[in-house]
Design a protein around this ligand. Structure first.
Ligand code: ATR
Length: 305
């Protein structure tokens, strides 16, 4: 165990609860990933656990690829309630579960796990619903009646966003990707899930095509990693945006990405991904502690401090 509360699979001693720096409360929740030391999940979940007076610690556990199933089984034996799963383990965690929620089955990846009393592992995915809640909160917009554009739809995050929009029966989806061949299977899946949703694809380098397609979109979601580095350009040329196109960037660090800045400069509303992080976390918390007060306000306060 290291000073910053980062554990590894080796710290999970089956049959004995995990403890942290002499804290009498057992560790019964965690986020697993690699790397995971930067994760904000321990902070935001612990704030809610403490506020509710729960006798539980939430930590980060670094897990090697290929070891997820073994780690989950050790966690179950050590008395864990559940865990969150972050990159690169969401597929591996899906395969390790005995049963899945509808959302997890649709996305094919898991970000929330619950260890059931009967020894089985239940896999859920709150990323899509967390995104929908965050976009709704930021722009007062419902996926069920929205025209949604997603840049980076060919990646893992963009795929989940598009499938969530299909689950919610969005009016239309505009899928944008550098490599458009990656969108074929996704387009078919969206149509099967929601035949009433109009699906179009546009390559990232077709500025004219983007500009005209954006005229009939309400929100643009950035699901690429472009914007994480300070000198990144916006993933979409600023000239394609318009003032009525709200921009939601899944990135939350930096708090204002180049895409958000470009949107705000022409008077369009923009929000970063912090709300998505918070809402996916609050939904995970609710799955471990049903009936507890909505966790999002406490999580937000903790992260704003
Ligand atoms: P994953 O989420 O599956 O791990 P990723 O490599 O992180 O994938 O990429 C996520 C998304 O960001 C993809 O849609 C990717 O576009 P491609 O499918 O064409 O690779 C997109 N992406 C990453 N870097 C990009 C860049 N510099 N410009 C445009 N899109 C980019």
């Amino acid at each position: 165990m290291t000073a910053n509360s980062l554990f590894s699979e080796a710290d999970l001693d089956a049959d004995a609860p995990l403890v942290l720096n002499g804290d009498p409360r057992p560790v019964r929740l965690a986020v697993i990933g690699k790397p995971v030391s930067h994760s904000l999940s321990p902070r935001m979940h612990q704030a809610v656990l403490d506020r509710l007076g729960k006798d539980t610690r939430y930590v980060a556990i670094s897990v090697e690829p290929g070891r997820v199933a073994k780690c989950l089984s050790r966690m179950a034996k050590a008395g864990f309630i559940g865990c969150n799963v972050t990159v690169p383990h969401k597929h591996e965690a899906f395969d390790a579960c005995d049963e899945h929620s509808d959302a997890a089955s649709t996305f094919g990846v898991v970000n929330t796990i619950r260890f059931r009393d009967d020894g089985t592992i239940f896999g859920d995915n709150t990323d899509g619903a967390g995104l929908e809640a965050a976009v709704g909160e930021a722009f007062n917009l419902r996926f069920s009646s929205a025209r949604i554009a997603i840049v980076g739809a060919g990646g893992g995050a963009g795929r989940a966003a598009a499938l969530q929009a299909a689950r919610s029966r969005a009016t239309s989806l505009l899928l944008i990707n550098r490599t458009t061949s990656k969108l074929r299977e996704l387009t078919d899946k969206i149509t099967a899930l929601s035949p009433g949703t109009t699906v179009d694809t546009v390559p990232l380098d077709d500025c004219e095509g983007l500009r005209s397609a954006f005229a009939s979109c309400d929100v643009l979601i950035n699901a690429t990693s472009v914007g994480l580095k300070p000198d990144d350009p916006p993933p979409i040329p600023a000239a394609c945006l318009h003032p009525k196109l709200a921009v939601f960037d899944m990135i939350y660090n930096p708090a204002e990405t180049p895409l958000m800045r470009a949107a705000r400069e022409i008077g369009a509303p923009a929000a970063n991904g912090l709300g998505m992080l918070i809402h996916q976390g609050a939904l995970a918390f609710a799955s471990w502690f049903p009936g507890t007060p909505h966790a999002a306000p406490t999580m937000r306060r903790e992260l704003m401090d």
